[in-house]
Design a protein around this ligand. Structure first.
Ligand code: ARG
Length: 438
């Protein structure tokens, strides 16, 4: 069933019909499509392009379609080209000839541009809510686990930090992600309705009215741009890609930390799986899946950038390919944010093991060098002295603080009794708090 055909002698091949149809995925836009049509009709009546009886009939028809879909009485499926055709043909079947006036002063080009912007805005806000929820969980986890652990560079133990400081790094990463999405919403917040096919319309319509009623800041400034702009989709998917990159880095740490080699954390049974052959195993599948699914979202970004890169203004059917990329990446990012929140809210930190890793890792070596600097030695010389001490300790399987003052003095006469306090892990953390390690 189509909304066109007058100029054709032959009917479309079934192969082409299936190839062209987008209903199987753009059915997700039904709410935005009907909402957009209702505001369009109100505007047509306000501008005396439709009579008030006509507009009332169309509005109640659209309302009944929306209600039936929401209540499961009308399935969005069948032999239709897209969601726009589905709604319009259903409307004609319900209220008759007057329904054919709905598409006055409108094209499917500005219609789809509108539906997709409305949808993108709504779902982007859902992502923001999920980020905020995850940030709360992270803050809580940090507050509960203000315990000493090694900080790493090159995945080698480097300096003492706290679990809280480490996990709060992700809080700040997600804070930027949230701001990026809110900024993208702000940029996309213009209504394309009224651009029509590509050049506006000869009817005296009111684009400010429709923009306002649909919750946009204003109508777009340029008709050609309005119908062919998909920057906002690309921008959102690139924001989602960055979120996934952050989730994936966090997942990687959870996977490492939950291994027996680290044993810093326990991922709850609720978010772990077992092995069908090795009875002892508990696998961090949730984290691995997040890490794995990151590739899908990157794929959507590259796919849509490639789709858009060579098409002339204005609308081209290539752009129908935008839908699945946004739908898929939204599904992925939303489910990954939820799973990460679940995993972190049930996570246990093994305080003893994080502390032992600090002790075995010479994580006060930099502080020991700083101690000598405070006593007057040049840092480069202090670095060398402590390096020699570490070598000595490694050989004897001891930590710097386990050496006696006599032993330390063999490396430098500047060592005094106060060194032990200075290189004590808790004291180094307390000094760290002063330098904002919270
Ligand atoms: N299904 C189409 C899309 O998603 C709707 C717009 C169709 N416009 C047209 N001129 N054929 O892009």
């Amino acid at each position: 069933m189509k909304l066109w055909g007058g100029r054709f002698k032959k009917s479309e091949s079934k192969l082409m019909e299936d190839f062209n149809s987008s209903l199987s995925f753009d059915r997700q836009l039904y709410r935005e499509d009907i909402e957009g049509s209702m505001v369009h009709v109100k505007m047509l009546a306000k501008c005396n392009i439709l009579s008030s009886e006509e507009s009332k009939a169309i509005l109640s028809g659209l309302e009944s379609i929306l209600k039936d879909i929401e209540e499961g009485k009308l399935e969005v499926e069948g032999d239709y080209e897209d969601i726009h055709s589905f709604v319009e043909i259903n409307l004609i079947e319900r209220i008759g000839q007057v329904a054919k006036k709905l598409h006055t002063a409108r094209s499917r080009n500005d219609q789809v541009a509108l539906d997709f912007r409305l949808y993108a805005k709504r779902k982007a806000l859902e992502v923001v809510e999920n980020i905020e929820y995850l940030q709360d969980i992270i803050e809580n986890l940090g507050d509960k686990n203000n315990v000493i652990m090694p900080g790493y560079t090159h995945l080698q133990r480097a300096q003492v930090v706290t679990f809280k400081h480490h996990i709060m790094a992700y809080y700040h990463m997600f804070k930027r992600d949230r701001e990026r999405i809110l900024n993208a919403i702000c940029i996309m917040d213009e209504s394309p309705l009224g651009c029509c096919a590509l050049a506006g319309t000869t009817y005296d319509i009111d684009r400010n009215f429709t923009a306002r009623e649909l919750g946009f800041k204003k109508p777009v400034d340029n008709f050609l741009d309005g119908v062919s702009d998909r920057d906002y989709v690309i921008e959102l998917i690139s924001d989602f890609s960055i979120i996934m990159m952050h989730l994936s880095r966090l997942s990687e740490e959870l996977i490492l930390w939950s291994s027996k080699e680290f044993n810093f954390i326990q991922i709850d049974d609720e978010f772990s799986t077992g092995s069908s052959i090795m009875p002892q195993k508990k696998n961090p599948d949730a984290a691995e899946l997040i890490r794995g699914k990151t590739g899908r979202v990157y794929g959507s970004l590259v796919s849509l950038l490639t789709t858009m890169k060579g098409i002339p203004l204005a609308y081209n059917k290539d752009m129908q390919e935008d839908k699945e990329q946004l739908f898929n990446s939204l599904d992925t990012v939303l489910s990954c944010l939820k799973i990460m929140s679940g995993m972190l809210s049930t996570l246990k930190v093994n305080e003893k093991n994080t502390f032992n890793a600090v002790k075995r890792g010479f994580l006060n070596a930099t502080e020991a060098a700083d101690y000598l600097v405070n006593k007057g030695m040049a840092f480069r010389d202090a670095h060398k002295v402590i390096g020699e001490i570490v070598l000595y300790c490694e050989d004897k399987n001891r930590a710097i603080e386990d050496l006696s003052l006599d032993e330390l003095k063999k490396f430098s006469s500047l060592f005094e009794e106060d060194v032990y306090d200075f290189i004590d892990y808790k004291n180094t953390i307390n000094r760290g708090i002063k330098r904002n390690l919270k």
